[in-house]
Design a protein around this ligand. Structure first.
Ligand code: NAP
Length: 282
């Protein structure tokens, strides 16, 4: 199938473009400099010309704290831009796979959120991503909205690279215990997105994260353990570690779909990511 991957310069997009090609698809991968998804006319021209079977949209405004002060810009990309992509795909009779986030939930649950649970984002980023979900569903009947979370992978700054950087400079680092979620390796999510792109007719919202859940504190402990870095992790709370955007206290995702999307455990994803880094460095 011809797959058009948007946002292919980003952390997830590059993994999707690579894995789609590895899985035998004919891939057209576009970075932001090739196609700005806020330009509706350009999006329509490019999608029409590519004649894709499906479009996988990984392009987004992803600065969660920055969105607090730049919500209109974030909305143009995450809301309007997502709609332009879905509309252009519909006009080209292509399926759209759109990536969304656990931050559409308010964190008040104590068990994994499923696809039909009520959404109530706590911060600007989540509001703009939710606007994107609504725009995509309204613009293209053949849509898959895939919510994921806590991504880490090659080619992007993420919690793992941040912790390893800090761990190499300091003896201890404080990390919050009161936010729990599902870390997800892009190397596990990317082939699942390609598989979802192939599932013509299977439409709606999908949840896809690394199996299991943890707090950021537990994630940091596991990172140092697996990376062999001697750095003490000091438990702290969100109140003590204030940031511009409020994060949900609990955003682990489960699924009620049949068939659901199941990725390997998050700590196996971490091991694979660290191995990949060692292989690249070797
Ligand atoms: N990272 C996470 O923890 C996480 C968690 C849940 C969901 N997600 C979702 O997963 C998807 C991929 O995120 P990611 O972590 O791979 O983020 P990322 O590394 O920031 O990638 C996003 C890409 O989108 C591009 N982009 C921004 N504005 C654009 C525009 N107007 N037109 C075209 N491209 C544009 C960015 O280009 P520039 O770099 O040039 O701006 C970047 O290459 C997003 O939908 C995000 O909301 C991420």
């Amino acid at each position: 199938m011809r797959l058009l991957v948007l946002g292919s310069g980003g952390m997830l997009g590059r993994a999707v473009a690579r894995d789609a090609a590895r899985l035998g698809h004919d891939v057209v991968a576009l970075e932001r400099r090739d196609l700005d998804i806020t330009d509706a006319d350009h999006v329509e021209r490019v999608v029409t010309a590519a004649e894709p079977g499906a479009v996988i949209n990984c392009a987004a405004y992803t600065d969660v704290d920055g969105a607090e002060t730049h919500e209109a810009l974030a909305l143009r990309v995450n809301g309007d831009g997502a709609g332009h992509v879905a509309r252009a795909a519909a006009a080209a009779q292509a399926r759209v796979v759109h990536v969304s986030t656990d931050y559409v939930f308010d964190g008040s649950s104590r068990e994994p959120w499923v696809e039909s649970d009520p959404v109530a984002p706590l911060q600007a980023y989540g509001r703009t991503k939710l606007a994107g979900e609504v725009a995509v569903a309204g613009a293209n009947a053949e849509h898959a909205i895939v919510r994921t979370a806590w991504l880490f992978g090659a080619g992007g700054r993420n919690f793992v690279t941040t912790m390893i950087g800090l761990g190499e400079e300091r003896d201890e680092v404080s990390v919050v215990t009161d936010q729990r979620g599902g870390p997800t390796w892009t190397g596990h999510l990317a082939p699942a997105l390609v598989e979802i792109a192939e599932r013509t007719g299977d439409v709606g919202v999908f949840h896809a994260t690394g199996t299991g859940e943890c707090s950021w504190y537990e994630f940091a402990v596991e990172i140092f353990d697996q990376a062999g870095i001697a750095c003490r992790v000091v438990p702290t709370t969100s109140a003590q570690f204030a940031r511009p955007a409020t994060r949900p206290a609990y955003s682990a995702l489960g699924t009620e779909r049949e068939p659901g999307v199941f990725l390997p455990r998050w700590d196996r994803g971490l091991a694979a990511y660290l191995d990949e880094g060692k292989a690249l460095a070797a």
